[in-house]
Design a protein around this ligand. Structure first.
Ligand SMILES: Cc1cc2nc3c(=O)[nH]c(=O)nc-3n(C[C@H](O)[C@H](O)[C@H](O)COP(=O)(O)OP(=O)(O)OC[C@H]3O[C@@H](n4cnc5c(N)ncnc54)[C@H](O)[C@@H]3O)c2cc1C
Length: 233
């Protein structure tokens, strides 16, 4: 092993590994140092309970990652190294205290049929919200992968869109405010609230507005997006 490196990376969690891979792609030599006996950080599969039972340590679903250029454009050729994603269908299933439930399928019509059992209005609202998010998602997604100062700000990009001001307002609101206004049935509101809190941010906090859309839309498209690398040798 070389004794000199261009970059030393502390920790071999998912973010460090991605950073080190890009640095290596830029032909910088990297040394990644991990304190634990295995790499991956919290994005790992481990025997946490009984022998033979594999669990995700802290990351079950990679729907957000699937929308990144790392995976979507294979900027890092992870598929060639054996990573694949299982788009679970149904995407998810939520049960309620009154014994009813709603299933989200990757087929939009089927999901809307589920929601329409509670409210036709809410089924239409769900379809409209996912559609609106799909149209604007590239702007928000692009910002996530653009270092600060390397391109126009989010506000500048939204201002160029016909409905950009609406999205600036939605972004500033709390996710709950959007959900509460858009849906009428409490089962549907609960489902959407559960989605909105999927990144562990309180949905009643101003500034979480896009979470009323993004998490549900990711599951709608990609299912639960389970990583699988066990089937390849
Ligand atoms: C309960 C829970 C559920 C989650 N579910 C999901 C999900 O479904 N989907 C999703 O996308 N994300 C999920 N996440 C988030 C995801 O787990 C994290 O975003 C991801 O693990 C962060 O990766 P990281 O590389 O930044 O840090 P980590 O995964 O924490 O990795 C850090 C690594 O650095 C090492 N390290 C730290 N300090 C040092 C040091 N000084 N020297 C050497 N090594 C060091 C650690 O041992 C560790 O291996 C979840 C998180 C939690 C807590």
């Amino acid at each position: 092993m070389a004794d000199q490196f261009d970059v030393v990376v502390a920790g071999a969690g998912h973010n460090s590994l991605v950073a080190a891979a890009y640095l290596a792609k830029a032909e910088l030599s990297c040394l990644v140092l991990e304190a634990r006996p295995r790499i991956g950080g919290n994005t790992a599969t481990e025997e946490l309970t009984l022998p033979g039972f594999l669990h995700d340590t802290c990351s079950t679903a990679h729907a957000i990652f699937m929308e990144s250029p790392i995976w979507r454009d294979q900027e890092l050729p992870l598929a060639a190294y054996g990573l694949e994603y299982i788009a679970t269908n149904p995407a998810c299933h939520v049960v309620f205290p009154d014994g009813t439930s709603i299933t989200q399928w990757t087929d939009m019509d089927r999901t809307c049929d589920e929601i329409a059992r509670f409210s036709r209005h809410d089924a239409d609202a769900y379809r409209a919200m996912i559609g609106e998010w799909r149209a604007i998602a590239p702007v928000f997604g692009g910002m996530r992968y653009t270092p600060a100062g390397w391109g126009p700000s989010l506000a500048e990009q939204l201002a160029e869109r016909p409905n950009g001001l609406s999205w600036q307002r939605r972004q500033a609101l709390a996710a709950w405010d959007i959900i509460d206004a858009a849906f009428e049935d409490w089962h549907v509101k609960s489902l959407m609230l559960w989605f909105a809190e999927g990144t562990l941010q309180p949905a009643d906090r101003p500034g979480t507005g896009t979470l009323a859309y993004s998490f549900a839309a990711g599951r709608q498209r990609n299912g639960w997006a389970l990583p699988n690398s066990l089937s390849r040798k």
